[in-house]
Write a protein that binds this ligand. Structure first.
Ligand code: AMP
Ligand code: MG
Length: 332
């Protein structure tokens, strides 16, 4: 009887904690996975749960944490991983195949050598670049049951897909908590549940890679909007060239395919995140060819030459910022 009362009061307490502020707006900002995140929900305050989920995934995937599953893999060349890590690795390998190797989770030696993990930025010597190139090839990652292994010197980095995975998890958590209206910005990976409480779509600004403003706004409901951009983490080398954290696996150098940012809009967070990184590496022409061949996603590409290329599936939901110096072009 006492046990029953205890369980009942725990349930009532949890319900009160979750619904105390209904039907109001709850917003929260926090730092996780090495980036700023924010969550806005209506009815139920889920910020702590989202933050907890980000921290839980960080403890599995972080490259800088020696005891994360990826940390152990990179130190030992082998790890017994959780089902979630296996799932994310396998999905990233699939997207790598789909993008002709533009997404490659074995870029970590290069990411590290360029200083993007430590903040000690440096252009590696030509000899070092050559060595780094020989260490990038995700077809060498083997998954056998829950055992992942890589050859000597190889290292894995799930940074290009982890925030998309978090987005998918967050969407499920929010929906399971009965939330029908929410938006979370998980460091460039935005996930929406439903639309705004009044039924209108969420308005997501696409940042101007050349400034503080935005190039435009995309209206979405129940979608992920994930952007990869050179402006996120970069340094300027001695020749005045911006060197950013997205690496072209073919060269082991920062990708330079004519884009300043690549945004992918779709339903699946991991796919959107993996593709946004890959499209940035591929450039507009290859990105367009892949969009035609594969489908299942929409994109917004900001080019170095001042164009904003938007696929026709979302063109009616996209508006260029007023007075924008960019030219809007439709891919269709
Ligand atoms: P994102 O912000 O999703 O584009 O991911 C960028 C992060 O993914 C970088 O900070 C690196 O850790 C990693 N990364 C960089 N280039 C690549 C690449 N070509 N394929 C896979 N991961 C990459
Ligand atoms: Mg990505």
């Amino acid at each position: 009887m006492i046990k029953k009362i205890a369980i009942l009061s725990a349930a009532v307490f949890t319900a009160l904690a979750l619904y105390a502020c209904a039907p109001g707006e709850h917003t929260s900002d926090f730092f996780a996975m090495d980036t700023y995140m924010s969550v806005k929900t209506y009815g139920v305050d889920a910020a702590e749960t989202v933050k907890g989920e980000a921290e839980r995934l960080e403890s599995l995937f972080s490259v800088t944490d020696d005891v994360s599953e990826i940390g152990i893999l990179n130190a030992n060349g082998r790890v017994e991983a959780s089902d979630e890590t296996i799932e994310l690795i396998e999905r990233a390998l699939y997207i790598s195949g789909m993008t002709d190797g533009a997404l490659d989770i074995t870029v970590y030696p290069a990411v590290r050598a360029w200083g993007f993990t430590t903040g000690e930025y440096a252009v590696p010597s030509p000899e070092k670049i050559e060595e780094l190139r020989s260490l990038i090839d995700c077809t060498k990652v083997t998954v056998d049951g829950n055992t992942v292994s890589v050859p000597d010197g190889y290292m894995v980095d799930l940074g290009a897909v982890a925030k998309g995975y978090l987005g998918d998890r967050v969407r499920d958590i929010l929906k399971n908590a009965g939330i029908t209206s929410a938006i979370a910005d998980l460091g460039g990976s935005i996930v929406t549940v439903g639309g705004k409480p009044d039924g209108s779509p969420w308005r997501v600004a696409i940042r101007d890679p050349n400034g503080d403003g935005s190039v435009g706004v995309i209206e979405v409901k129940d979608k992920c909007v994930v952007t990869s951009g050179g402006y996120e983490r970069y340094f300027t080398d001695e020749n005045g060239v911006k060197r950013w954290h997205i690496i072209d696996p073919a060269t082991a150098e920062p990708a330079d395919a004519g884009l300043l940012s690549a945004t992918v809009v779709g339903e699946d967070g991991v796919l959107c995140d993996g593709l946004s990184t890959a499209l940035f590496v591929m450039g507009a022409e290859k990105a367009e060819a892949m969009w035609r061949k594969e489908g299942g996603f929409e994109m917004i590409l900001v080019t170095k030459t001042g164009d904003v290329l938007v696929t026709d599936g979302i063109i009616d939901s996209f508006s260029l910022s007023e007075g924008s110096p960019y030219e809007l072009k439709v891919i269709g």
